[in-house]
Write a protein that binds this ligand. Sequence first.
Ligand code: LLP
Length: 405
Amino acid sequence: MNHFHYVGGTLHAEGVPLDRLAAAVGTPFYCYSTAALVERYQAFANAFDGRQATICYSLKANSNQAVIATLAKLGAGADVVSEGELRRALAAGIPAERIVFAGVGKSEAEMAAGLDADIRQFNVESLPELELLDRVARSKGRRAGVALRVNPDVDARTHKKIATGKAENKFGIDLGHIREIYGQAAKMAGIRLHGLAVHIGSQLTELAPYRTAFAKIAALTAELRAEGHEVDSLDLGGGIGIAYHDEQAPTLEDYTRVVDETVGNLGCQLVFEPGRCIVGAAGLLVTRVIFVKHGVERSFVIADAAMNDLIRPALYDAYHAILPVAEPASDAAVRRFDVVGPICETGDSFAHDRPLPPVASGDLLAFASAGAYGAVMASGYNSRRLVPEVLVRGQDHAIVRARPT
Ligand code: LLP
């Protein structure tokens, strides 16, 4: 169900009209729906019902403390990539045994923090990282739970800046080196090997790359076991895409089938690291139009939100649907606009040649599907303040991160 919908001519988040919210908190602001978060998380959890699966929500997609706490209450674990995210996960009440620490460049201090918290595992991406983790763990008289992240050399067929599974990418350990490094890790006194991890990219709209990657992981698992190693756990990463525009997102049912058919009979514990498919559609960025400017070649809608608030269009040419908060008449004339922010560079653009109903200075617009990689990627460029985040539940709302003074 869509929890952002028009009621009486006004776009609502659940039971809250967005024009009222804009008047209360000022624009721009991010708005998240609790019901949408709960629904998406539970759909993912239900899809793996009956299997030994741990869902480690990927905090990088949206690490607002209230969002994490909402998911923590539903039983979510966490995929963290920094000490900051680790602290956020713990503060939200996520048990350490459901936290995995990923990332290609963990510092010694971050390893120590993860060990002190007694997290489930570190996903290790290189031999130097493994050696340092072993040293740090031994110095504390501990053993670090470890999964070795495999680079399966698979093209995820997504935007090149968010593809991670090809041999040319910085991520993971090459397939050809894994067995040797697994053997070394098995002998390290500071390491307790759990198994393997893989993540081939984000915003995947096809399942075939998953099937190829997971099949490689299954074959590798068999080889490692044949050599006498234990492989108890497989972390299959995240990456399931969502429909921003006209793309077809994979269904959870089809994704589950791929998992079952590739690694389902290995008897391994499974870990998943979904981010975008949990929070992406659960958030909007609401902005007010400052000016409408008609140039010689094109017309511009100049919004009060900018690339520093939502960088995805500028960075990945990403598409976000634009919804007028006041519902347009069904027969409203449509014109094409470039929708831009006030920042002093041409890249500060949200949409090019976008058909929109009549729009005027003072109107409110909402960028859809901005719950993932929106607020977390914001910056203070042009000395603009970070925008507030609001969490709606039913008729209520709470400002879950205030606009800085
Ligand atoms: N696990 C690992 C190891 C990852 O690197 C990522 C995302 C995830 C899980 C979560 O992936 P998801 O389920 O959200 O696709 N800023 C970009 C996306 C970057 C994704 C980075 N890694 C964007 O706005 O599209």
